[in-house]
Design a protein around this ligand. Structure first.
Ligand SMILES: NC(=O)c1ccc[n+]([C@@H]2O[C@H](COP(=O)([O-])OP(=O)(O)OC[C@H]3O[C@@H](n4cnc5c(N)ncnc54)[C@H](OP(=O)(O)O)[C@@H]3O)[C@@H](O)[C@H]2O)c1
Length: 299
């Protein structure tokens, strides 16, 4: 997968990437030697790639040699991720795709197939804003606000998974992935419909796998613990702070105290797990949720 120019210069892509990083000083994905890359020649589409998790997964996939098609609700958040990957020697194209819009998802994937010939990995990392959704007791919550995250998350995951499956089935190969969260399996206060939405995504993961695994398609979700370095967790804290009275330090201390490791998850941990799960090395993994909550939840 070296470019023609690099091949002509007798320089492997990984070396070109290192030189590029020195030149720009940017925090860039580290590309491994091509023979060691987990996702060499894989075509991956990421939804919500401008977000914390989507961006981290994109960088990890690029570092493992995947050809990336990055999408988000706003092109402005996705473009910098694609540019960074491109500067580091990877392959990433950005596009504006509203992942709850059936036509937009379908048309984008048709363009991907036209260009790349296939899709190997579909990763849905969209995150719905929490404004007015978190922090209100269920007994006081408006029903329209309650269903908002449930509708958005399940519609988006269903649409992106279904569209990917339709293109993967003829190839008898592919991996469909998403990310869920602790409230899918554990009661937590002031979460509105967020826990129900995450639980629905986990159920859909199992059902998709049941129908698709015999056709060579794996479906796996990753369930990290809270990730303190993300703005999402800051937002969650801000929304709940008034009712809970916890400072940020108390909030993250409480989250950490739930785990055996006494800390939250990191983006790097989630991204490297995502790359492994997406790879052929994880061929025995489907219809399940990878529990990355470090002991907070028993399987
Ligand atoms: N961060 C954590 O600690 C954590 C832990 C466990 C699970 N999760 C889950 O992981 C997911 C992503 O979290 P995150 O922290 O990466 O969130 P984030 O940083 O807010 O990123 C979410 C991204 O999704 C995009 N998006 C929203 N609606 C979309 C749509 N309809 N179509 C396309 N893109 C859309 C957002 O774009 P805009 O900016 O344009 O809205 C944003 O770029 C969420 O489901 C979250 O619940 C997060």
């Amino acid at each position: 997968m070296s470019t023609d120019a690099e091949r002509a210069a007798g320089r492997p892509r990984a070396a070109a990437v290192d030189a590029n990083r020195e030149a720009t000083g940017a925090i860039a994905p580290t590309l491994r030697k091509e023979a060691e890359m987990l996702l060499m020649n894989k075509v991956a589409v990421i939804y919500g790639a401008g977000g914390a998790i989507g961006g981290a997964v994109a960088r990890a996939f690029a570092g493992e040699g995947a050809r990336l098609f990055l999408t988000g609700r706003r092109r402005t958040t996705v473009e910098p991720v694609a540019e960074e990957i491109g500067r580091a020697g990877g392959s990433a194209e950005a596009a504006e795709v509203d992942a709850v819009d059936e036509r937009a998802v379908d048309e984008h994937l048709r363009r991907v197939i036209d260009k790349a010939g296939r899709i190997d990995i579909s990763f849905n990392a969209i995150g719905v804003g929490h404004d007015g959704i978190l922090g209100v007791p269920l007994a006081e919550l408006d029903v329209r606000k309650f269903v908002l995250p449930i509708t958005a998350y399940t519609t988006s995951y269903f649409l992106t998974a279904r569209t990917a499956a339709r293109h993967m089935i003829p190839n008898k190969s592919g991996v469909i992935m998403t990310v869920t969260a602790l409230p899918a399996r554990m009661g937590s206060p002031l979460n509105g419909g967020y826990g129900s939405a995450q639980a629905a995504k986990e159920a859909l993961t199992r059902d998709l796998s049941h129908e698709l695994a015999r056709q060579g398609i794996r479906v796996v979700a990753l369930r990290p613990h809270g990730i303190p370095e993300t703005s999402t967790l800051r937002e969650v804290h801000a929304m709940k702070a008034k009712a809970s009275g916890m400072t940020w330090e108390q909030f993250t201390g409480y989250l950490g105290s739930m785990t055996h490791s006494r800390r939250g998850s990191t983006l790097a941990e989630l991204a490297s797990m995502a790359a492994f799960v997406a790879s052929d090395g994880a061929s025995g993994l489907t219809g399940t949720i990878v529990n990355m909550t470090m002991g907070s939840l028993d399987d």
